[in-house]
Design a binder for this molecule. Sequence first.
Ligand SMILES: Cc1cc2nc3c(=O)[nH]c(=O)nc-3n(C[C@H](O)[C@H](O)[C@H](O)COP(=O)(O)OP(=O)(O)OC[C@H]3O[C@@H](n4cnc5c(N)ncnc54)[C@H](O)[C@@H]3O)c2cc1C
Length: 330
Amino acid sequence: MKVAIRGSGVAASAAARLLARENIETVLLPAPRAKTPVVMLSDPARALLCDVFADPALFADRARIDRRIVAWGGGEPVTLPHGAVILAESDLDTLRPPSATSDGADADIIIHAAAPFPASEVQRFAARHAEAVEVALRFREDHSACWIEAVADGWLFLIPVDSERAWLLCVGGAAERLMDQSRHVTARVDPIGPASAQFDVSPRLLSSLQGPGWLACGTAAIAFDPICGDGTAQALREAILASAVIAAMAQGGDAQALRLHHESMLIAAMRRHLKLCADFYRSGGQGPWWQAQLAALAEGFDWCTSLLATRPEPRYQLRDFHLIEREAAA
Ligand SMILES: Cc1cc2nc3c(=O)[nH]c(=O)nc-3n(C[C@H](O)[C@H](O)[C@H](O)COP(=O)(O)OP(=O)(O)OC[C@H]3O[C@@H](n4cnc5c(N)ncnc54)[C@H](O)[C@@H]3O)c2cc1C
């Protein structure tokens, strides 16, 4: 079997790595992608990355975050322990295997980890946008903390880059307006650059995540709300699932059932994510912006529930990066 993988992010790199481990031939087809200014990777997410890339020390020496300071629902800031590393875009680039010289036209199956997808209709579970602003940190102690603050019309997420600089993600609309509403974070930073263009941070997924000869994975196919700080880990989990599905096909498994399993597991992951998001958005604020987010999340949860009700019970289970039939697992 030969697999083409379209994409240049962590999902594509992870899928290439996992399929190579199964001795499945892959062709990596790069696709343009927006650069992420900084990535905070929690310790469990880094552990997953280490497993996938078979390197226990991967990024272990990067700058660490040791606490999360949360000012939510109008309350005073609460400090919680948190373990994470700070990665630069160039760190993630090192994970990418060399690109192919062929166009992959002879591949038996394609993993699409970047747009455009064979099916382009997207199901959005809110209409949330964000802007990111590069800022200077006023207080040295903030270089090892991340801040999260709920404001009237959204929330702010401060991720340090080093002892002097950070990125402020402003979710809910224009950075300037949200920063004006802040009681805590804005007082700790000085903007040093213009706000980025607005980008979509709604939880969303493609209406079709598979078809004959293709699977979709990665953030461009199914995107989580940044409130869970789980974008990279989720992209990795999707790559693990896609690779396991393809490895099972290569061993003669039922291709259609395996593709459907891939899709159902991604919809189920979105459903769990929407429930988790609702817990955060329920307690962030009481105003119309917060109420609208909560209503959209509830609608999305119901949409996923009704879709899953039409699907058969999961036939496979993931174990150590491999899919096994549930009967065999029992
Ligand atoms: C500003 C920003 C900050 C982030 N911070 C974190 C973080 O701290 N921790 C974490 O785990 N994840 C973070 N993410 C999410 C993370 O970058 C993606 O989930 C991950 O890169 C997905 O990998 P991939 O291989 O699926 O796709 P990639 O090829 O990396 O990207 C896929 C899609 O992500 C979107 N995207 C990525 N970067 C940008 C950007 N700068 N502007 C607009 N859209 C973009 C685009 O839709 C793109 O097509 C952040 C994303 C953004 C945009």
